[in-house]
Design a protein around this ligand. Sequence first.
Ligand code: 3EB
Length: 326
Amino acid sequence: MAQHPLCPVADDGTRALTLSAIGTPQQALVNFVYDTARPVWPSVGIGLEPLGGDLRCEQWLVAAPVRFGNGENWHWSRNGELLMVALTAPDEGDPAETTARFYRELIATVRSAGYPHLLRIWNYLPDINGGHGDNERYRRFCVGRGQALAEVGLEDARMCAATAIGTHDDRFRLFALAGRTPGQPVENPRQVSAWEYPPLYGPRSPAFARATAVALADDRTALLVSGTASVVGHATAHPGDVLAQTDEAVSNLAALLTEAASDLQRPGLARFGEEAAARVYVRHAEDWPVVHRRLREHWPSLPLAGFVGDICRRDLLVEIEAWHCA
Ligand code: 3EB
């Protein structure tokens, strides 16, 4: 692992995101572990091949005590404020069906458990670019998600930050963080809101916020930043050029952080600081070294983790998500 001297990462590659007051007893709500074969909940894998970088594990810490449980296809963990749900199922049939089922189950669960506000969602689905035109699996995923949201009356503009990435394995994975109190969605002035994309990109526009801001107990704010790609307005910028796409994604993230700092009146959010980390998804593993080097130039001390993952538009080669506290 190429450890950068400025990165605040433990020797074992673990980076903690502390979602409760620093100095109080903490416990993991979830550990995203990148290279463990059979993690045990609340440790969990994301089904993508890791490419290296600074991180091996993200610990999402909250105030203890945390309780854990599971059902047939899912695990959960929760404390008094936050709930994490991980649903997984074999990938079968039309992704619209699986997705609608997952989202119905997710929303029913978070509501009945008393954590009705979605704060961050990750969707990892096999073969995201399989199928043609409006039958492309990502577009069917968007149809299923949209249908479940419509059924429960959840407006797109109130959705949370999200990631949707294609895997090369055979399981559908959905992770969701939910809270007792709402987060605040943040949009990106350089980008059309995803739920307002024109039908050119699919019959059902994607329902997610560019970021969700979550107020923490000790007056910090966590900014949970969606997968961010080289999309300007609603169009893909620089098709075929992974480094130009990387720079454009970085510009999008800079604009988003500026917007968040202003919306929340919290100047510290305007740049990635001490408490932050990013996952980077590249479509082609061979692009990782140049993308990694370029990101290191933009962000000398931001801990990074690289993965092979398919981005939801075929012409996108790289996507970056992040969390960031200030
Ligand atoms: C984009 O800006 C890139 O459908 O949940 C990024 C993050 C993207 C989340 C989703 C899609 C999603 O449109 C794709």
